[in-house]
Design a protein around this ligand. Structure first.
Ligand code: 5RP
Length: 225
């Protein structure tokens, strides 16, 4: 069985009737959204979803999951999302799919944030995966120059064809920081966020409350905050 789906099935057991559920983005989160759809149809589970990207919005709508906007910051009961890297302190790198701003807003509004992944995402230290930074397109080159003082190796994310800048659901560009190792995630998060033109950075510190790692043999390991 696909390890990502094993983690997704385990996480979806935490979803209860009447919950408002944050729906993450990426291939692992998509497994969870499909499993929520199954439970709705098979068991009559009733939930409302808060999508973290237009792709997730479309998938949830296709599965008949009712969707709501966040109005009250504590209204999201449980969010299930994936990650690009997870460290032992439950800090994350997210945004490989470009949805980091909405993902962080939904996570910050959630009582519980469950991150699902396979073993390959677990790292002793974050930073091998390029750290995404969402920036306003206006004057993005000057934002890039300031970010280069933090990390000289930084690239503008391109569309899959490689000819145009990738544009997020919120109309931002993504700059990927190639750091290698991140010594102090919370310090770096604040340092990057303080730069004018930065909307947010894909470092999630203190947001995840549970990590569920799935294995192909059907077993899971939980890490709690
Ligand atoms: C999207 C994300 C995803 O959660 C992250 O990229 C993991 O994706 P996948 O489950 O496909 O490996 O942060 O912005």
């Amino acid at each position: 069985m696909e390890a990502k789906d094993v983690a997704a099935q385990e996480a979806v057991k935490l979803v209860k009737d009447g919950m408002i559920v944050g729906l993450g983005s990426g291939s692992t989160a998509a497994y969870a959204i499909k499993r929520i759809g199954e439970r709705m149809h098979q068991e009559g589970l009733k939930i409302c979803g808060v999508p973290t990207s237009s792709v997730t919005n479309q998938l949830a709508a296709e599965l008949g999951i009712p969707l709501v906007d966040i109005r009250d910051p504590s209204r999201v009961d449980l969010t299930i999302d994936g990650a690009d890297e997870v460290d032992p302190g439950l800090c994350l790198i997210k945004g490989g799919g470009g949805a980091l701003v909405r993902e962080k807003l939904v996570a910050a509004a959630s009582n519980e944030v469950v991150i699902i992944c396979d073993e390959s995402k677990m790292k002793a230290r974050l930073g091998a995966f390029p750290l995404p930074v969402s920036v306003v397109p206006f004057a993005w080159q000057s934002t890039l120059t300031r970010l280069r003082e933090v990390c000289p190796a930084i690239t503008l994310r391109q569309t899959p064809g490689g000819t145009d800048p990738y544009i997020t659901d919120d109309g931002c560009y993504i700059l990927d920081m190639h750091l290698g190792v991140i010594e102090h995630p919370s310090v770096l998060e604040q340092q990057v966020k303080s730069i004018t033109g930065v909307v947010d950075v894909g470092l999630f510190v203190g947001l995840a409350t549970r990590i569920i790692v799935g294995h192909a043999d059907g077993s899971t390991v939980h890490y709690l905050k």
